[in-house]
Design a protein around this ligand. Sequence first.
Ligand SMILES: [Zn+2]
Ligand SMILES: [Zn+2]
Length: 326
Amino acid sequence: MTRTTPPRPLDVTAVFPELTALARTTTRLHPRPGTPTVHESSVAGPLLWPADEPWPVCPDDHTSSYYRTLQSLDDVRRYRQLLDDAWARPQFTAEEHAELDRLRAGHPSDRVDPAVPLLPIAQLYARDTPGFNGPDGCDLLQVLWCPFEHGDEALPGVQLRWRRADDVAALLTDPPAPFLVEHDDYVPEACVVHPEQVREYPAPHELPGGLRERIRVWEDAEGLVYQYELGVATGWKLGGWAPWSFRDPSPEICGVCDAVMQPFLYVDSSEWDGNDSWRPLEDADEHQADHRYPHVPTRVEIGRSYGMQIYTCPTSHDHPLSTVTQ
Ligand SMILES: [Zn+2]
Ligand SMILES: [Zn+2]
């Protein structure tokens, strides 16, 4: 099934022609629970990974998590299964209560892997994502992360891999996985994706002051919210504009070459928000969905229902990425 973003309430460039030059195309991924294969684009699906290439591990120190009890990856999945199984029933059974308590209790953190194997987060084939901008000849992007807190923003530690799918001969069929995770919110559910391109315009935070003020006055008169209904799409997406919200924007600067980094993959906590503006037409009746949480298909949550914008350097794919909560 495809996913179709509803048309915008109006063409905002007809009102503010100076936005025309600022238009960008983003690819909304529209992840939905499923069982993707290594030969398909996915969120948190299996990766097309060469058998003879080491699986990536996190280089960071995780000893700060040693003061906590942590859930295992298996516990996170079992916990979600229990919640899903009980969804249509009035209450948990006594046995389920006991198991939920055991799962919540977690494990001693001295069982953290010495080198944490990363989790697959996204795999995108160029054929599915127009505007795919990989290094020469690469037609496959793989995104992985470490499900622990990293840096000042306590975000998962992200790594990217670019490759040519045809170069992968023998496949790694049983990739390693972390035993413990610091956040169940950093454990995504496997999803198939339904890529769709949509047009975006910058968040007001990134517009010149005069234009921003004229839009603000116009919003009040029209009863529309530019950013959330006309500007920046919600949900997991590739490229486009960053969804600045609670913080003042500042350019992300490449630490190697000083270039202004560009929004790459955005990992959102939900696919659409309260006003439903970006909710796909196919999801209009959420009861048709065969799962419990139609707007949070990946079960990833960044901060308090924010998202993580991954930035990359336009100069070189070899320069380090950066991540910002937005
Ligand atoms: Zn890590
Ligand atoms: Zn750079």
